[in-house]
Design a protein around this ligand. Structure first.
Ligand SMILES: Cc1cc2nc3c(=O)[nH]c(=O)nc-3n(C[C@H](O)[C@H](O)[C@H](O)COP(=O)(O)O)c2cc1C
Length: 176
């Protein structure tokens, strides 16, 4: 789909069908989100000071995986279904996929703590917009979300202390 057509369709959706995403669709979406698009290892999304601080976690009914852009692969992280903990809205518990944008604070140590969150949030926002456009182009539904209990979710994800949750993003198919 041409970019202008995808932009025309981009929107937030909060009602999802039960239809699951195929592995190929998930793979393509994660590459669009922040996959490697150049020989130097740079990504589809821009990022602060050439230091990649965001990890993308994918929470489904089967558990949680982390996207590893350099190998374009998913690493198992948790085996539980934690979708209900990824946000404060009801649909997150049943939508097929919730992405969680986790920041490595330890990679931003020369910034004051408040600025770490700012720059990490901008990086997450660019990734989120890539996901929005991918979803628009593929007939998927999505919403970027700040209504997240980030402290509780960090504990659920068993993140090390220096890492923190920025935003989450639900992905699925729209209700017919
Ligand atoms: C930083 C940010 C946080 C957001 N948080 C939420 C949220 O927690 N829950 C939600 O349903 N939508 C959330 N949204 C989506 C916005 O509500 C939505 O983009 C806005 O209402 C415009 O609608 P549209 O995306 O359909 O154009 C968020 C968007 C942004 C950019």
């Amino acid at each position: 789909m041409p970019l202008m057509a995808a932009l025309k369709l981009r929107r937030s959706t909060r009602e999802y069908s039960d239809h699951q995403l195929s592995l190929q669709t998930l793979s393509d979406m994660l590459w669009a989100a922040c996959g490697v698009n150049r020989r130097g290892g740079e990504r589809t999304a821009p990022y602060w000071r050439h230091i990649m601080v965001i990890d993308v976690y994918a929470a489904t009914a089967d558990g949680v995986q982390v996207y590893e852009p350099t190998t374009h692969s998913m690493m198992p992280h948790l085996h539980e279904d934690i979708r209900a903990q990824t946000g404060l809205q009801d649909f997150v518990a049943t939508a097929p996929l919730n992405l969680i944008y986790v920041a490595h604070g330890e990679r931003m140590l020369d910034l004051p703590a408040a600025e770490r969150r700012l720059y990490a949030s901008v990086d997450a926002g660019f990734i989120g917009q890539n996901v929005y456009l991918f979803c628009a182009a593929r007939g998927l539904a999505t919403v970027f979300r700040g209504a997240v209990d980030t402290v509780n979710l960090a504990q659920t994800l068993k993140l090390p202390e220096e890492q923190f949750v920025t935003f989450a993003q639900t992905v699925g198919y729209p209700q017919p």
